[in-house]
Structure formats: structure tokens, C-alpha cells
Write a protein that binds this ligand. Structure first.
Ligand code: ADP
Ligand code: ZN
Length: 432
């Protein structure tokens, strides 16, 4: 039986959800206009007044907000509540540039943790569970978000943070953790270490994992599920919209339900800004309709995905987003061809390789070069390595349309990730 954290909201009729969103949006636009001069200026420039926004149909009239705006307005420029009412600051991991800080009132924290509680419940979590949280704690939102959600659900919470992997496994065994929360790349590393330490899935009690904060493929999902003996659920979010829990996966594992009572999603054409219909791939844009301290309207995430309203077998009526295939700024353009690291990951795992790889791009004599180092496991070390490199290069060329140089490297020679994995080094940027 499917469990819900907030059945009323999660299974609400579309009409009722729209009504709720309309009401909240109107209120939120007014709140922002009155309290955030930065956004008021953007609205004035566009000639939009709060009274023009009467329902979600008017959403498209509002100006976008981008990461560049967040940097411009750093640190307090988008704050909509006095600092005396704020109780927390979190910050982005800075994967793609200067950090962004976000502010929370106590109510913002409550709603955020509630979203994480929905995700944990959708993964089967109850107060009988032991939830091991190995996302980083601190400024990064992963640890605090899932920690709060786990408390709300009533799980026995292990605030491990990331790192010290052997100790993670010892605790997992001794305290019989049933739910694991971390980045997918760290989950893969934990699985690998478990087996290296001589244990099998019979030695642990894990049943589910809640993995997010970075892109990961279906192939990676299957590989983690096998190595840890669990069902692996995706979770999505970003610091700008609170953190993890903006959307979460249910038992169907075909995309993540968006918590639409807090976040209204849109998909736009990243070049023109035009709103695209459901089913088309584009950039995800969020309007947060309940946040008090840091309420971003029409925030461009730069994450590329698809929205669908197809009925879900779990009974939730919340709209679903596909796994983001990567950010628009993760996309590499190599010899004129668009390449996402996730496409390379798909081929590697399909061909039986480990998800430990490094993509290096450079420009030599005005031509882009693509080098992919891929780690072998112990069995793969024997035989003709040159042959294997050739056939892997062919498989990748079939996927991408361009030829890489593949280097099979020794087991354990590629650095493991305890948080967000760094899989690409683009040296072309260094020359510019
Ligand atoms: P940073 O931008 O510094 O990485 P955050 O820690 O706020 O800051 O990361 C948010 C970003 O992480 C999202 O915009 C998205 O690109 C990525 N992300 C988060 N969850 C997922 C997920 N489940 N799948 C793919 N990407 C994700
Ligand atoms: Zn569902």
C-alpha cells in the first residue's frame, strides 16, 4: 500500500490544486513586490503590477529571475523578511560558480522539512525506520533537509554527514539502518566499500535509498540497487528553492512528483524564454508560492527536463518532472556536438564498466579533444585492454556522434566522490 505524508495535498484534484496555487501566487507576488526592491524594479521595467497577477494563467507575465540576479543581489538583495525573522542561512555547493546564499524563517524550515518528509514517506519510510543521512551537513542543504524530514517522519535519524566511509558501513551494520540518504555517486562508493570490506547485502538491513543533488542515469540506479540490495529513489531540489524535496520519486520510479502546493513549475525554451507545453524538453522554472524569507518568482534553474501530468500508479496527482539530464551549463559542446556526461555514463554502465570515470576536454591545434578515463574492475584487467578500449570508443561514438579517446585505467585509480561528483574537466576554459 502506498503511504503518503500529506494525503490531502498529494492526491488533491487538479482543480483544487489550481485554486490553492492561484490564491498563494497572488499573495506571494504582492509580498515580493512590497518587500523586495530588486524584483519590484524588474516588474516595473516589464510594466507588470501585482494586480495584473490574478491566477497561474498570468504567471508568464512576470519577469524571470536568474542565477546572475542572485549574484547581483548577494547577499541581502532578495530578502523579503527582516533578518530578525530569519533563523537560518544555507548556501549552494558552488558547483558552477560563486556561491548563492538563501535565507529561511522558521516557517520556511518547517515547510522544507515537510517536503523532505513526503519524500521519505514515498520511499516507504515510517517511524520504524533507521535513516542514515550521509549528505553533507553544514551550508549544503542536503544534510539539514533530509535530517529535518527524517525527524518529522519519526525515523531514528543518524546524522552521519559524508565521508569516513568505513565508519558509515560499520554504523549501517551495527545500528541496522534501513534508509540511506546521500548523493548517488556516494551511494555507489558506499556499495563498493561494503563489498571491499568483505560484506554482502545480507549483512545490512537497508531497504531504500533517497539519492539526489546531482544527475544520475537509470543504469546507475540499477547498479546501486544491486550493490546495496535496495530500491533507489530520486530526489531533486536546489538551494534557491529551499533545498532537496522540491520533487521526489514514488514507487513507480518514472520521474519525480513536484510539491506543487509550494512550487509552481514551468518549462521554457532556454533561448527564447517562451513557455513550452507539457511533454517538451526545456529549462525548468520555479515560482515558490509559500516561502517567506527568500521567495523567488520564476527562477530559472538551468536544469533541463520534461513535465508530465500522466496519471501515476501511486495515486499522487502532483505533476511529475523527468530526471534532469543535466544543467544547460553542464552540457559540453565538443566539435560542435552537444554532449551530456550522463550519455557517456549510460554507455559505460551498459558495457559493464564501473561508474568511475573522468571526462577531459581540451583544444589542441584548434580541434576539440575528448578523453575518457574509465576504471576497470579486477576481472576486466585481464585480456587485451587495447581491444576493449577500441570497442568502448565505438559504443560511445554511436551514442554521441563523435569519437572519444578511451583510456581504461587500473581499479581504484579514479578518485571517489563523497558528495557531488566531479566528472568533467574542461581545459578549454583555462586557455580562454
Ligand atoms: P550548486 O548549484 O552549487 O550545485 P545546489 O547544491 O543547490 O547548488 O544544487 C542544485 C542543483 O543540483 C540543481 O539545480 C540540479 O542541477 C542538481 N540536482 C539536484 N538534485 C538532482 C537530481 N535528483 N538529479 C539531477 N540533478 C540534480
Ligand atoms: Zn507517483
Amino acid at each position: 500500500m502506498e503511504r503518503y505524508w500529506n494525503e490531502e495535498i498529494e492526491t488533491m484534484s487538479r482543480e483544487d490544486m489550481k485554486k490553492l496555487q492561484d490564491e498563494r501566487l497572488v499573495k506571494q507576488v504582492k509580498h515580493v513586490y512590497e518587500n523586495v526592491p530588486y524584483y519590484r524594479n524588474l516588474m516595473d521595467e516589464k510594466g507588470v503590477k501585482p494586480e495584473d497577477i490574478k491566477s497561474t494563467e498570468d504567471l508568464h507575465k512576470l519577469p524571470f529571475l536568474t542565477k546572475a540576479d542572485l549574484r547581483d543581489a548577494y547577499p541581502y538583495g532578495l530578502l523579503a523578511k527582516p533578518l530578525s525573522e530569519c533563523v537560518r542561512i544555507q548556501s549552494t555547493s558552488g558547483t558552477t560558480g560563486r556561491r548563492v546564499v538563501a535565507f529561511y524563517t522558521q516557517n520556511d524550515i518547517d515547510l522544507w522539512e515537510d517536503c523532505c518528509a513526503r519524500a521519505i514517506t514515498a520511499a516507504g519510510g515510517t517511524n520504524e525506520d533507521v535513516c542514515q543521512v550521509c549528505y553533507g551537513y553544514g551550508l549544503f542543504t542536503g544534510g539539514p533537509g533530509l535530517n529535518g524530514g527524517s525527524h518529522k517522519v519519526g525515523c531514528l535519524t543518524l546524522p552521519m554527514s559524508s565521508g569516513n566511509t568505513e565508519r558509515q558501513i560499520q554504523f549501517m551494520i551495527d545500528l541496522q539502518s534501513t534508509i540511506l540518504c546521500c548523493t548517488p555517486s556516494y551511494a555507489a562508493y558506499i556499495g563498493e566499500t561494503l563489498h571491499d570490506m568483505g560484506y554482502t547485502t545480507d549483512d545490512i538491513k537497508l531497504k531504500a535509498g533517497i539519492f539526489g543533488a546531482e544527475p544520475w542515469t537509470e543504469e546507475m540506479r540499477r547498479s546501486i540497487e544491486k550493490s546495496l540490495g535496495i530500491k533507489a529513489y530520486d530526489i531533486y531540489g536546489l538551494t534557491e528553492t529551499s533545498g532537496p524535496g522540491v520533487s521526489f520519486e514514488c514507487s513507480e520510479q518514472t520521474g519525480m512528483h513536484i510539491n506543487e502546493d509550494h512550487f509552481i513549475p514551468e518549462i521554457i525554451n532556454p533561448e527564447t524564454g517562451e513557455v513550452l507545453p507539457d511533454g517538451e524538453t526545456g529549462e525548468l522554472v520555479f515560482t515558490s508560492i509559500t516561502k517567506e524569507a527568500f521567495p523567488l518568482l520564476r527562477y530559472r534553474t538551468r536544469d533541463l527536463c520534461v513535465l508530465t501530468r500522466k496519471k501515476c500508479s501511486c495515486g499522487r496527482t502532483l505533476i511529475k518532472m523527468s530526471k534532469p539530464m543535466g544543467r544547460s551549463d553542464d552540457m559540453l559542446i565538443i566539435r560542435g556536438v552537444n554532449v551530456f556526461p550522463s550519455q557517456i555514463e549510460t554507455v559505460l554502465i551498459e558495457q559493464g564498466y564501473t561508474p568511475n570515470y573522468l571526462i577531459e576536454v581540451d583544444r589542441v591545434n584548434n580541434t576539440d579533444t575528448l578523453d575518457i578515463s574509465v576504471e576497470m574492475n579486477l576481472e576486466q584487467v585481464s585480456g587485451d585492454v587495447k581491444d576493449k578500449e577500441k570497442s568502448l570508443a565505438v559504443a560511445i561514438k554511436t551514442m554521441l556522434g563523435i569519437s572519444p579517446k578511451v583510456h581504461l585505467v587500473a581499479p581504484k585509480s579514479i578518485t571517489r566522490s563523497e558528495g557531488k561528483a566531479v566528472r568533467v574537466i574542461d581545459r578549454r576554459k583555462l586557455h580562454d
